[in-house]
Design a protein around this ligand. Sequence first.
Ligand code: C2E
Ligand code: MG
Ligand code: MG
Ligand code: MG
Length: 280
Amino acid sequence: VAKERGRPGFVQFDNALRERAVERLTRENELLRAIERDELVVEYQPLTRLSDGSLYGYEALVRWPHPTLGLLPPAEFIPLAEETGLIVPLGISVLRTTIRDIAGLASINPDVRVSVNVSVLQLGDRSVENAIRSSLDRYRVAPANLVVEVTETGFMQDLDIAANALRRIADLGVDVMIDDFGIGYSSIARLSELPIVGVKIDRRFTKNLGADTQANGVLAAITRLAHAFELLVVAEGIESSEALAVADKVGCDYAQGFHLARPMRVDAARAALLTFVSQE
Ligand code: C2E
Ligand code: MG
Ligand code: MG
Ligand code: MG
């Protein structure tokens, strides 16, 4: 690289590289400030119980209202947070906000369950466990109202550390589910040794449900296997009535997806819960 420094074409390249580095540093500083000022927003996407079509709970999904770039989805800043270590304070902030919101939701339906995504990179120390314990206490929320989702892929890289952290979270009375299940190709037998109650089947396996009989068969097989290990199954990414029908037919326990509902602010989540409660 040094040898090539002098070549004219590379001056521009260096500038572009420098610009990107500055941009990244700026973004990192902005994200740190947003976390410190408690500016991150949590939206809630409904999960439907397939046996009766009732509203089972929500998944908490973080968004960053950026001053100039608009409302950024997690894909635009979670990777940066993971690379810089900001994922730890970010994760604590999301847990606190969500548990605070659960207090309001549980006052409408005491059985509501709200899941929060936790990065494996947050499991290296006790910050998640401590944040959960202190927020449950502070907002008087029952541990049964909270669920933690951990992604399968990162997870397998350091199984022991993650397994211990998950065990301590489970010991608090908080259920743990494996997220994006199916894309990491880890053995379900191995997963079943962990203190988990279920798996969320990745969108990749639900997006072609309906006409594609092979996709239907794969979902059926994964569901049967998970059930054999006494794990609950959530089908993610349900985008059509056909997909919903297949997820139900093959025995998935819960479904989540744009066909059912989009992620929404907590006020709307409360309203949706109220509608359901009054229907019963
Ligand atoms: P995930 O945990 O698998 O969450 C589901 C994602 O799929 C969400 O995207 C949701 O909006 C989207 N989704 C739901 N239904 C459908 C559908 O029918 N079709 C399509 N195409 N998409 C659907 P979102 O909110 O952009 O989040 C993306 C990922 O970012 C999440 O995937 C999760 O891995 C991560 N994430 C979100 N919030 C947090 C957080 O607070 N902490 C951490 N560590 N990660 C988070
Ligand atoms: Mg998730
Ligand atoms: Mg998922
Ligand atoms: Mg997913």
